[in-house]
Design a protein around this ligand. Sequence first.
Ligand SMILES: [Cu+2]
Length: 430
Amino acid sequence: GKGTASGAGSSGAVGNGQSQHVSVEAHDMKFTPNTIDVPAGTHLFIDVKNTDTGGMVHDLVLASGATSGRLSPGASGTLDAGVISASTDAWCSIAGHKQMGMTMKINASGAAPAGGAAAVGSPSATHATPDPNAQMTADPWDAALQPAGPETEHRITLDVTEKEVEVAPGVRQLRWVYNGQAPGPVLRGHVGDKFAVTLINHGTMGHSIDFHAGALAPDGPMRTIQPGEQLTYDFTATKSGVWMYHCATAPMSLHIANGMFGAVIIDPPGLTQVDKEYLIIQSDHWYGAQGEGNDAARIGDGNPDAVVFNGYANQYDAHPLPATVGNRIRFWVLDIGPNEPISFHMVGGQFDTVWAEGAFRLECGYQPAAGVDPACGTLGPGGSQTLSLGPAECGYVEMVAPEAGHYKFINHVMSDAEKGAHGTLEVSAG
Ligand SMILES: [Cu+2]
């Protein structure tokens, strides 16, 4: 029967008695074709085939909520779009894929103007914001480091899961994590050590891992694996550094921002023992709605909601890192990004040793010829106020706290410090 369709809702859809099947391929972050034209009133079925050669899972979801279901590479599914009474949008709902171009337009010819079709690329207008009256209730991420052990071969299993965690007071977000935490576990060894990593994907989408600590052809070990799959990733650490590891599945900005990162510390030969070692990993957040992951549509705007140390805004103000007067303290610093740099500074402190990206910028402020304390004291002539790093750069600084008090370690990019890249070193008299 003929009738008058009004509005875009399926409840008002009146069929024209026709049905149509359209074939669509999902591949390389796009749909082919990416527009479908049907006469208004047609009952549309979309046969979706995932022809991706990059190992990505995809789906097709309509604004109405109709879905093909998740399709592994090579798989097909039919989406029953119902009677199309007005033009509407469709997209891949796998995190970040819509923002990378997996959108589709279904045009209903002869239809009344669409009233309420959702605009592609406009996800939740609201995103979580920190509650100024809330307290940190999550456990702090342990920044204290243990020295590298004697072993020269490291066997590690990394389980990828997806879970909701608190990332700032009053803000809970979905995180994709290695072994239940973001940052993931810290691995530490010496130059020449071998690492044998097993990565197991317990998540709901494809994930992967990229270790900067080893040099190798990325094709195999860095490949994306699907839920339920695993891979082994063997590398030898031939160079020292605080090396980033991260998920390398597209869009990487989202997978990294959602928590898929960690550090491998390979000690420089001859690294001295100090009294305290801490690790600070900076990353940036673009909050999604409460309980959701980072807002993939906003990651590209260059204006994060939060910049944080070790996954949580201002966590070391809530839980200061302890030290004692006269302690030599080494801060290892790794900038994860995905986008923000760091200019690591200690309010009230001066660094006498700065090592970055494989070499000393300032070695121990200590010059035996000048008669300065050979124990690498605070009296050397050279000094440094920041360690500045871009994304995926690393280094360490050393300092001796001259007196008891509360020293603030911050990203001296001040608006980032004010967004959470801020902590406290609490120095006691001992
Ligand atoms: Cu991932």
